[in-house]
Every structure is written in structure tokens, then in C-alpha cells.
Write a protein that binds this ligand. Structure first.
Ligand code: PLP
Length: 364
């Protein structure tokens, strides 16, 4: 019996979702986004399972090194780039690819003498997000500097990132894409724009390389369209188990602050997962879990290591019984995220190393 929480990861569902990327963007190459521990799914195992990706994207150098050290062979693109000479050398030595988000990052890469040239690098263009990126009117200078340097072996591509791709048909998406294409007009270089939402709903944005994240893990980037309607399959099934049972009398309070009070005699199960595992505390007194196919309410506040649930509907529940937090066919994480006014990206990436991950081929 496994009494601690487990994230069961379905690698067949993951591969199915990558096939969905190829279905939607058949003429583009795919950089699978595995930043933030592959959205909580375990970065190295996910990258290995996504061996059909043409490249991978991470946010930071440390993540890229973890993949390279694990023997991942494909190009690994560091979305935030690097900011010091030492980091730049490490990136070059490990065949890592950089996104340059400012003229300063480009200058660092052109003036430093590197032991090995950089492969498959990108310049991020500011097209409307106003987060990272080189201003569109500086792209000519940026590309000239790159062309003069011996530090690059492949043509440096141009990419940008949608601020509103989850809003299908929003005119700002077209504007951002137009700005990217205008910058690229004079150059024969690879282009990349689309995240999951762009892949699914804006074919014109596919360009040479797409960058799927959330859709690989089986969630929808849209509030208006369900994952099921897009034929995406949930990859993570999060479970824990009953570690204790309490028989309460009317008037008894449960947990910190006594935020839930029994109105009648109630059988309460204590479940081995809490916010210390990354389970969201906002589900206190609001959320539900599943046991034996039944939806049952969470009672009182979520603690660091535990939650308490109402066992009224599951007479057979005992210590060791499995509790499903999300995943499987019934409790879609997108619905839980919506219930507490957040997105599945946050819920998934918060599941931390205290939760063991088990990899299955099929639903585990
Ligand atoms: C995280 C990220 C992605 C993936 O976005 P999804 O919405 O998860 O598909 C793509 N591009 C960049 C630059 C990112 O930071």
C-alpha cells in the first residue's frame, strides 16, 4: 500500500497529445516545452518519453543542464537565455541553445570568446507582451551583430510570444504575428510564434517551429473549449490515500480554525496530501475528491500534509483506500482550476518533489 501521494503519469496519453500537436501543425517542427519540471510531471522522464520532439524548451540554464546530463540528445532551448560570461560558456560547452531577450544578452554572446560555437539560437522579438524581447526596430542591428560573430553555427531564428492566445480570434494575436513577420521579411531565418493556444486555434501562427506546453499534458489553454473537445488526454492522475478515520458527533469541528462543523454524526477520512505537496489550499471547504467513483466533499481547511473528506457516501472506505484528487476520466484538472480561479498550469507545476511520480504506459 502506498500511503503517500502519487502522481501517476500516463506516457501513452503524453505521446497521444504530441501526436495532436503534429495533427494541428503538420508542417512545423516541434519544440516541446518541459520547463518547471515538465509542468510538474517530471522533466527528464517526460523528455525521454517525448523522444519524437524535434527540440526541447526550458526556462533556465539549470533545467537545460539537467536534461543534457540525463543524455537528452536534441537541441535544448533556454527561453530566458543567460546573463553572465560563465553561464554562456557552460551553455556552449553543453551544446545548449539560447534565446536572446535583449541587446545586452546578444552583445554578451557576440563579444565573448567561446570554446565552442552556439547552435540553434533565437532572438525573442517584443511584439506586444512587454515582458522579454528585443524591440522590433533593433532587430536589424541585432542580426547584423550576430552575422559578424563566429560564435553561431546555425542561422539565428526569430521568435515571439502571444500575450492573449487563449482568447480565440482576439485581434491582438493577429497584430503580434504581423509584427513578427514584418521583422522577418528581409531574412531567411526560422520563425516561431505558437504556444499551445496558437497551435490549436491560430494555424497562421504555426510558422517553422511550434512550442507546445500545456496541451502536451492534456489541459486546454482555453476557458471556452474543453480538453476533451480538443481530444487531449490528461497525463497526470493525482492520488493519495486515507490514513485515518474519525467518527464525529454533531457539533464537532474539523481542522485548523474549526472551519467545518458536523451537523450530525459524520464519518471523516484524513487523506495524505496537503498544500506542502502543492495541493491548493484554496480548495479548503470548497473542493471535492473522488472515491470509488463518487464525488465527495473536502471538509475544513487544507493542512500542510493532510486534508479531511466526508466519507458518508463511501461506506466501504477504510485506512489505505485510494483517494483521487484529479485525473482519470472524471475529475478534470481544468475544472478544479476554474473552480478556484486559476489555471491548470499553476496547479500542475506546483506539485512538488514530495509527491512521488510513477510512470505508466496507459492509465496507472
Ligand atoms: C511556457 C512557454 C510556452 C508554452 O506555452 P503553453 O501555453 O504551455 O503551450 C511557449 N513559449 C514560451 C516562450 C513559453 O514561455
Amino acid at each position: 500500500m502506498q500511503s503517500y501521494p502519487v502522481a501517476h503519469i500516463d506516457l501513452i496519453a503524453l505521446k497521444h497529445n504530441l501526436a495532436r500537436v503534429r495533427h494541428f501543425a503538420p508542417n512545423s517542427k516541434v519544440m516541446s516545452v518541459v520547463k518547471a519540471n515538465a509542468y510538474g510531471h517530471g522533466m527528464v522522464d517526460i523528455a525521454r518519453a517525448l523522444e519524437n520532439s524535434d527540440a526541447f524548451c526550458v526556462a533556465r540554464l539549470s533545467e537545460a543542464l539537467q536534461l543534457r546530463d540525463a543524455g537528452i540528445q536534441q537541441a535544448i532551448v533556454i527561453l530566458e537565455g543567460v546573463n553572465t560570461t560563465a553561464e554562456l560558456q557552460v551553455a556552449a560547452e553543453n551544446d545548449l541553445s539560447l534565446v536572446f531577450n535583449s541587446l545586452i544578452q546578444i552583445q554578451l554572446a557576440t563579444v565573448t570568446t567561446l570554446s565552442k560555437p552556439l547552435k540553434f539560437c533565437w532572438i525573442m522579438i517584443e511584439t506586444g507582451m512587454h515582458r522579454l524581447g528585443v524591440q522590433a526596430d533593433k532587430i536589424d542591428i541585432a542580426l547584423q551583430n550576430v552575422a559578424r560573430s563566429d560564435n553561431f553555427i546555425d542561422p539565428v531564428g526569430l521568435m515571439s510570444h502571444f500575450a492573449n492566445a487563449d482568447l480565440i480570434g482576439d485581434t491582438r494575436n493577429q497584430q503580434q504575428l504581423t509584427r513578427l513577420k514584418q521583422c522577418a521579411q528581409k531574412y531567411e531565418v526560422p520563425l516561431s510564434m505558437a504556444n499551445s493556444a496558437g497551435i490549436l486555434a491560430f494555424p497562421e501562427s504555426h510558422c517553422d517551429w511550434v512550442r507546445p506546453g500545456i496541451m502536451l499534458y492534456g489541459s486546454s489553454p482555453f476557458s471556452e473549449k474543453s480538453a476533451r473537445s480538443l481530444y487531449l488526454k490528461s497525463v497526470m492522475r493525482l492520488s493519495a490515500s486515507i490514513i485515518s478515520i474519525q467518527n464525529l458527533q454533531a457539533g464537532d469541528e474539523v481542522g485548523y480554525g474549526g472551519d467545518w462543523t458536523a451537523e450530525k454524526a459524520t464519518r471523516v477520512g484524513v487523506v495524505s496530501i496537503g498544500y506542502g505537496d502543492g495541493y491548493p489550499r484554496q480548495l479548503s471547504n470548497e473542493g471535492t475528491v473522488m472515491m470509488e467513483g463518487k464525488v465527495i466533499p473536502i471538509l475544513g481547511r487544507i493542512s500542510m500534509d493532510m486534508i479531511t473528506v466526508d466519507l458518508t457516501l463511501v461506506a466501504g472506505a477504510k485506512v489505505g483506500s485510494e483517494v483521487l484528487l484529479w485525473g482519470g476520466s472524471y475529475v478534470h484538472i481544468d475544472n478544479i482550476a476554474e473552480q478556484i480561479d486559476t489555471i491548470s498550469y499553476e496547479l500542475l507545476s506546483q506539485i512538488n518533489e514530495r509527491v512521488s511520480r510513477e510512470y505508466h504506459h496507459g492509465e496507472g
